[in-house]
Design a protein around this ligand. Structure first.
Ligand code: HEC
Length: 106
């Protein structure tokens, strides 16, 4: 498979996953699974194909550990490196919930 076919497959899988997420779960968890998991992994371990392709750091890495919640919210709003900006795609409270859930995974 070429790189772009592989990303398409990953994207399609992510979209299917997003569709099956039940909103009975906490919204942070649902948001994370729908919007972040494909690049950060189910446990934040950056173990998905997209994570490897984009060189995403696992949540347990020293660089991630030293980030505060506010810093993470800022990077999620504005994007960082290859991570897309979520401002405008998610509301401020949604970004906060997704980050809080992400931080709870470690
Ligand atoms: C398209 C893949 C992708 C998606 C989707 C994605 N991220 Fe990321 N994320 C990355 C990459 C790549 C980095 C590393 C950026 C860098 O340091 O260059 C990163 C870094 C981060 C960081 C660390 C930022 C910092 O200041 O070092 C946080 C926090 C984060 N992501 C949270 C999220 C949250 C929350 C979501 C969902 C709302 C999300 N990400 C969705 C790819 C993604």
């Amino acid at each position: 498979m070429t790189k772009s076919t592989r990303s398409m497959v990953v994207l399609a899988a992510a979209i299917c996953l997003a569709g099956s997420v039940s909103f009975a779960q906490s919204s942070g968890e649902a948001l994370y699974k729908a919007k972040c998991q494909m690049c950060h992994g189910a446990k934040g371990a950056a173990d998905t194909p997209s994570a490897k392709m984009l060189k995403v750091l696992p949540l347990g890495s020293p660089e991630m550990k030293k980030l505060t919640e506010a810093e993470m919210i800022k990077s999620t709003e504005n994007g960082k490196g290859k991570m897309p900006a979520f401002k405008g795609k998610l509301t401020d409270p949604q970004i906060k919930e997704a980050v809080v859930y992400f931080r709870s995974l470690k």
